[in-house]
Ligand binder design. Structure first.
Ligand code: PRP
Length: 177
């Protein structure tokens, strides 16, 4: 399939997800979170995160992609699907698996902010600042990682590996195959 080297264990991911949920439970006390999961990569992170929330949460989905089968962002974000939901006057939390160049998050934030949310925050499991092309930061970050191509826990390599319970670095040689 592909060769990979472990980077983040299932246990460390689950511990960190609980810590992020604790922060969200504190910060959103007394409010309802309108969480927007960006498919496909955030599916496992979002599922685990939301199950650790004690504040009320409404769950919404959107599917965008800018990578296709490439390891480099195309720079163009394609929107494939969005569930209908109210944004105006809501506390919207965008949930992503990874913030890389920032192109996807910027695309989504521009569109969401135009619909006047009461608050607009972002939550990412992984942050790869070395690859940033736009000046953008997430409000909640699980792990900052170096410039590795990673797979697992929602992240894919040619659509495979999303169901791995841990996160691993793809062997660079595999990129060239
Ligand atoms: C990945 C990831 C983010 C985006 C981040 O999605 O899920 O949405 O790339 O990269 P960026 O900061 O460079 O824009 P991808 O396009 O691979 O789709 P997927 O989630 O369906 O795998």
């Amino acid at each position: 399939m592909f060769k990979s080297t472990p980077l983040l264990s299932e246990e460390s991911i689950q511990n960190r997800v609980r810590e992020i949920a604790d922060s969200l439970n504190r910060d959103y006390a007394g409010r309802t979170v309108d969480a927007l999961c960006v498919l496909k990569g955030s599916m496992f992170f979002a599922a685990d995160l939301f199950r650790n929330l004690t504040v009320p949460v409404r769950v919404h989905f959107m599917q965008v992609s800018s990578y296709g089968s490439s390891t480099e962002s195309s720079g163009t974000v394609n929107l494939y699907f969005s569930s209908a939901f109210e944004v105006e006057d809501c506390d919207v939390l965008l949930v992503e698996d990874i913030l890389d160049t920032g192109i996807t998050m910027n695309y989504l934030l521009e569109r969401l902010r135009a619909r006047n949310p009461r608050t607009m925050k972002t939550c990412v499991l992984l942050d790869k600042p070395a690859r940033r092309k736009l000046d953008i930061k997430a409000d909640y970050v699980g792990f900052e990682i170096q410039d590795h191509f990673v797979v697992g826990y929602g992240l894919d390599y040619n659509e495979l590996g999303r169901n791995m319970r841990h996160i691993a670095i793809i062997d660079p040689a595999a990129h060239e195959e």
